[in-house]
Each structure stands twice: as structure tokens, then as C-alpha cells.
Design a protein around this ligand. Sequence first.
Ligand SMILES: [Zn+2]
Length: 256
Amino acid sequence: MSFFNSIGRTMQRSGPRGGPKRSPTPTSTISTTSTLVDHVPPASPSVSVPGTQKPLYLCSPFVEAALVKGNFKTIVMLPKYVDIMEWVAVNIFDFFQNLNMFYGVISECCTQHSCPTMSAGATLNYTWINQDRKSVQLPAPTYIDYVMTWVQNLLDDENTFPTKSGQDFPASFPSTIKHVYRQLLRVFAHIYHAHYPQILHLRSEPHFNSLFAHFLAFGREYELLDIKDVRGASNAPAVGIGALWERWREMGILES
Ligand SMILES: [Zn+2]
């Protein structure tokens, strides 16, 4: 790790690790075996059945709203002379901070009552793998609290995300950040599905869309995201953020 890279990231990462106060580390563990459940294809969007209308985030002008115009490829490319691990670490740090800030603002609308499951589509709910390796439904605020606390603790852990010069990234770093990425994706998916009206109310859709498009482009570039985690099963119509991802690819915002 070069001196300059190390300094650069230390400076970027030295800000307050703020955001809403989180509960202590959860006892549940995040597992790679967590799966999408109830992933049933929705009815055709052309059929006007209540509950199957196109979500607002897929509608004009919201789907086009962005702070960054054009393709995200250029801003995810590894800058010259920067270590790839450093680049991935600092970007994950930024994605987490931004997402945490958005969730902090809308969290008062995300309650056990409003969001009894970690929903991300009319027929899509994410489940949590508990200590007994059992897949369980959690209310979205609980699920998200577990994810954000877990990621915050990893970012604060020098053995996982080293910030000091001369300290190497652990061999487990690539697999750890893939877990992180997949769980952050689910938080984005829940906000799009359940809290998009609040994002619109704040007039933050250009910011939130750009953050998510950047997150997706970065995840694909560095193979931190599997297509099936974004899109769902390839033999069924895309649901929730999967449909958004497809739309952005058609629009040329993301690479196809
Ligand atoms: Zn919610």
C-alpha cells in the first residue's frame, strides 16, 4: 500500500462515522446462503390490477432524475496509481455513509408497523439467516439496523478495513465486501420499494438515483454484485430494483 494512497483514504475516512445511533452488534449473522423468497413473477404491467401498477421510480420523470448525466463507467474506473483494494474500500465507505444518511432521514417512516417484512417488491421479501442457520422474516427496520450496525463495525475494524500505512487488507476482504455489497443492495431495494414517496417528498430522487446507479455500476465493475441478486431469477420478469436496473441499462446510464 503506498503512502499516498493510505493518506488519501485516511483523510477521506476520518470524518465522523455518524448517522443514527445503532443498537449493539446483533447476534444474528449474515450468511451467503440468504436467499430471495416468494420470488413470484408479478402480473404483466399492462394489466391494471390494484397493486401491480408500475412503481413511481420506474416512471418518467423520476426514472431519469440524476445528479450525474451520462454513463457511470468513467467514475467507477480505477484511477491511475491507486491500489484496487484502497479504491474499493473508500467507495464502499462512501456508499455506506450516503445510504446511512438517506435511511436516517426516512427511518421514522420505516417502522415495524409500516414495514413488517424486509420487502423489496409486491412479491419479494428478503429473509435473514439467524444463528441457527434458519431463514427468518424480520421487520424491515430490524433487518436494516442489523445490516447497518454490522457494516459500521466492519468499517471501524482495522483488521477488516485497514487505514494505516503498511497494513495490508486481509485475505478475506473480497468475500467480506461481497457480503456487504449484497446487504446494502437490499437496503436500497427496500427504500425504493417502500419509501420512494418520502424520497420524492424530499426532492432527493436525483441524488438517490445517482447514488444507486453509481453503486450498481461500481458493483458490476469490480464483480461485487451477482446479476441474480440485482435482477432475481433470469427466467422471470425483473421485480423492484431489478426492473430499474434494466431500465437504466436501456437508457445507457449503466453498461449493458
Ligand atoms: Zn421500511
